[in-house]
Design a protein around this ligand. Structure first.
Ligand code: OAD
Length: 246
């Protein structure tokens, strides 16, 4: 993996961006892994799995209410702003896939994005197929738990372990056509996102693109070997000066 100074984006490039919890770290939102990470104080299976929801929905809602509260008081940082700015310049040649459930990318101005792990400020029924709806409420006690007209319980519209991520078809299509892949602030430990760089490399292997793959973050991710370039540091410090458009 080479270390470089800037990412040069040409007029024919198609940019795929994948972000993880690290892009929101400088906004004060905790990442998952590492000291003070969200998974340090919680057992993942208690708050982020269908089994945990079935056993103790109150505990699950306490966890996501805490995260709603934190996200509502956070502000987009320079990394979110730099990505929104890049999108404004590239238009349809830019696509953002985030694993984050916060809304900081949108609040910075990003539009062409998908939340593959769901959205913190959306809820849905755990039984029927009624569409997810915007929901900023905090459910911190059992009395507040809402039920759907069908009798099911309202749950966070978050993808839990064992559930299928959202928007995969669109994501795979974008992976097939990208020429620049930029991955920011994710440990490369959770599938399928950790394999996106391999999938993009595979398309290149078939002679489809001249792909460059970049990782931005203070530590090497678990899938570091799959990237052609790395920028070591914090996203909010690096991104504002990272892109050179030709
Ligand atoms: P992790 O907590 O696993 O990794 C966060 C990464 O961000 C680490 O590699 C840090 O080095 C990096 N990082 C920290 N501060 C940074 C900064 N200022 N700038 C750039 N990078 C920084 O979080 P994710 O990889 O996003 O899924 O986790 C993936 C998924 O695992 C999450 O979406 C979540 C979790 O379980 C679900 O809940 C379904």
């Amino acid at each position: 993996m080479k270390h470089s100074n800037q990412i040069v984006i040409g007029g024919d490039d198609q940019v795929f961006v994948l972000t993880g919890a690290g892009v929101s770290a400088e906004s004060g939102l905790a990442t998952f892994r590492g000291s003070n990470g969200l998974w340090e104080g919680e057992h993942v299976e208690d708050v982020a799995s269908p089994g945990g929801w079935a056993r103790n929905p109150e505990r699950v809602w306490r966890f996501y209410s805490m995260r709603r509260r934190a996200a509502a008081s956070a502000e987009p940082n320079l990394a979110h702003i730099a990505l929104a700015e890049l999108e404004r310049k590239l238009g349809q040649r830019y696509f953002l896939c985030t694993q984050n459930v916060d809304d900081l990318h949108e609040r910075a101005g990003s539009r062409n994005l998908v939340h593959m792990h769901g959205e913190l400020f959306e809820s849905r029924c755990d039984r029927c197929t009624r569409a997810p709806f915007r929901d900023t409420c905090l459910y911190e006690s059992r009395a507040e738990h809402r039920r759907c007209e069908c009798g099911g319980y309202i749950r966070p519209n978050i993808v839990w372990f064992g559930e299928m991520p959202f928007h995969l078809e669109r994501i795979f299509a974008e992976l097939r056509r990208c020429t620049v892949m930029l991955v920011i602030g994710t440990s490369g430990m959770v599938q399928p996102a950790a394999s996106f760089v391999h999938m993009a490399n595979e398309h290149q292997g078939r002679g489809l693109t001249a792909l460059r793959t970049y990782y931005v973050g203070p530590e090497h991710p678990a899938n570091a070997a799959a990237f052609t370039h790395a920028f070591a540091g914090r996203a909010g410090e690096l991104l504002p000066n990272l892109f050179a458009l030709r």
